[in-house]
Write a protein that binds this ligand. Structure first.
Ligand SMILES: Cc1cc2nc3c(=O)[nH]c(=O)nc-3n(C[C@H](O)[C@H](O)[C@H](O)COP(=O)(O)OP(=O)(O)OC[C@H]3O[C@@H](n4cnc5c(N)ncnc54)[C@H](O)[C@@H]3O)c2cc1C
Length: 480
């Protein structure tokens, strides 16, 4: 019988022509499933959060364990295949899906084991924050994650991780104490303070360019189960006033309090008070990682920036807080997103004016102008202590363009770019890489600026662990 062949994109020019018998061999070894176009499950498996990307990989390896990852990496490495790694699939830039190459998909590897005595959690590389919060909160513990629970722990941690616990307990990457990594040659390494410490340093904010992280070990802290929360929603017309009062308040708030401002059109969702449904609002939001009663007292000023239209305020289970934004970011691949962020050393009046004006002129109601305060534990880490270098900015802001009609994409992308260009002179000019959408021209420059003085060390570590640049669909660290 004639041996059938398959073409798979490589990183070295033309495609690799691979006998289907070789693909079947990988398929038979795997505990998980190896999918190609036309097979049941293929179209579901290629959906990622951002509907901007309708990509068709040649193969999707749905891994069930470390052994599957090792074999998939070796299969890709030997043939220099274009390779994407998928954790939670929330890369705004679409970095976890590729056309014509191989996707190593960890979404079925989502177990979480909590050692409550040592206060650590070992989490597989395809887990989401919902998986982590579910298990850790059973022990009244948590580690800093993201604010939407279906986001993957992997991508978010590897490039930083800004969530509700940041001011008290740091970024997600600051809480990464050990990792198990399948490197480009298919070896399994442990990266912690004693073994391969350079690799651990790179994984703490340097992105997914160094190998496939099959498990993450996070340090845990006592949080909840109830925490104090305030989401006070004011009319959009009050944005300038609210931002100015908020700027003063965060300057003296204790580090248990983590706070952000969102400018947005509130949807008519059950979880929101009906008084804000379909209204343009500015939301002053805060979560307190400490005694909830004290927290309500500390967060009270957020409720008094003027006359609000509605609010969610009280002592709420931490797990519910972690899911509060979920309904507004449906994980169905239908939302199209283009985001671009900036760090600011201070929120001066000119910056506030631009943010408010841009918010009023948003091109889509689902688009959000989002400002997060960074303080306490985030800033106590030295810039060279982890690959994540930006430790001195007071704020990170994100122009989060979201829409659903693909025909309107150019208009919404143009709004994000124009808003970003207007604010850039009042910022550090540096972006947060996890909040970066598809970039055509300046991706490398933006990534290098974000790593600052750490970039050269990342290049050296990249050369040591992935010299042929197999893991290249990330924020660029130089490879071949
Ligand atoms: C709705 C939404 C909410 C968000 N909220 C927050 C937030 O609150 N805070 C915040 O900081 N960021 C947030 N982000 C940004 C988020 O951190 C990034 O999109 C991040 O990349 C998501 O990780 P993921 O595993 O889901 O993504 P994926 O798309 O699976 O992966 C992202 C990148 O990481 C690599 N990667 C994934 N898994 C692995 C692995 N196991 N080993 C090695 N490399 C891997 C991929 O190759 C890719 O380059 C949000 C994004 C979305 C879409």
């Amino acid at each position: 019988m004639k041996n059938r062949m398959m073409e798979i994109a490589t990183t070295i020019g033309g495609p690799a022509v691979i006998a289907e018998a070789e693909i079947d061999e990988l398929r038979m070894m795997m505990r998980g499933t190896l999918l190609c176009a036309g097979q049941p499950g293929y179209d579901e498996a290629r959906i990622i959060f951002n509907g901007m990307f309708d990509r068709r990989p040649a193969l999707i390896a749905l891994c069930r364990g470390v052994a599957d990852v090792i074999d998939a990496v070796r299969f890709a490495s030997r043939r220099r295949l274009l390779t994407a790694v998928r954790g939670g699939g929330h890369s705004v830039a679409g970095a976890s899906m590729c056309d014509d190459g191989l996707v190593i998909d960890l979404s079925q590897m989502n177990s979480v084991a909590v050692d409550h005595k040592r206060r650590v959690a070992r989490v597989q590389g395809g887990a989401t924050w919902a998986d982590v919060d579910r298990e850790t909160q059973a022990f009244g513990l948590a580690t800093p994650g993201g604010i939407v629970s279906h986001t993957g722990i992997a991508g978010l941690t590897l490039s930083g991780g800004i969530g509700w616990l940041r001011n008290k307990y740091g970024l997600s990457c600051d809480n990464l104490v050990s990792a198990e990594v399948v490197t480009a040659d298919g070896e399994v390494l442990t990266a912690n303070a004693d073994e391969n410490a350079d690799l651990l340093w790179a994984l703490r904010g340097g992105g997914g360019a160094f190998g496939v992280v099959t498990s993450f070990e996070f340090s845990l802290h006592p949080v909840g189960p109830m925490v104090a929360v305030v989401f006070a929603m004011y009319p959009m017309a009050a944005t300038r006033d609210v931002l100015k009062q908020w700027r003063e308040w965060v300057g003296s708030a204790p580090e248990e309090a983590t706070s952000e401002i969102a400018m947005w059109t509130a949807p008519s969702a059950q979880s929101l008070p009906s008084s804000v449904h379909d209204r343009e609002v500015v939301i002053a939001a805060g979560v307190y990682a400490g005694d909830p009663q004290e927290g309500m007292r500390v967060l009270q000023p957020l409720r008094e920036f003027g006359t609000h239209l509605g609010e969610i305020a009280g002592q709420i289970p931490f797990r519910i807080v972690q899911r509060a934004f979920d309904p507004f970011f449906p994980n169905t691949g239908e939302v199209i997103s283009y985001w671009k962020s900036l760090y600011l050393n201070d929120l001066n009046d000119a910056a506030i004016e631009i943010m408010a004006d841009c918010a009023e002129k948003r091109s889509s109601p689902s688009t959000m102008v989002f400002v997060q305060h960074l303080g306490g534990a985030v800033r106590r880490v030295r810039p060279d202590e982890t690959a994540f270098a930006v430790r001195d900015a007071d704020f990170v802001m994100n122009f989060m363009g979201n829409w659903s009609d693909a025909r309107e994409t150019p208009r919404h992308v143009a709004w994000v770019r124009e808003a970003w260009n207007r604010l850039a002179p009042h910022s550090t000019g540096v972006v947060y890489l996890n909040y970066l959408g598809r970039e055509e021209r300046d991706a490398n420059t933006l990534a290098q600026a974000s790593f600052g003085a750490n970039y050269d060390r990342l290049v050296q570590i990249k050369a040591k662990y992935d010299p042929a640049n197999l893991f290249r669909l990330n924020h660029s660290i130089k490879g071949d």
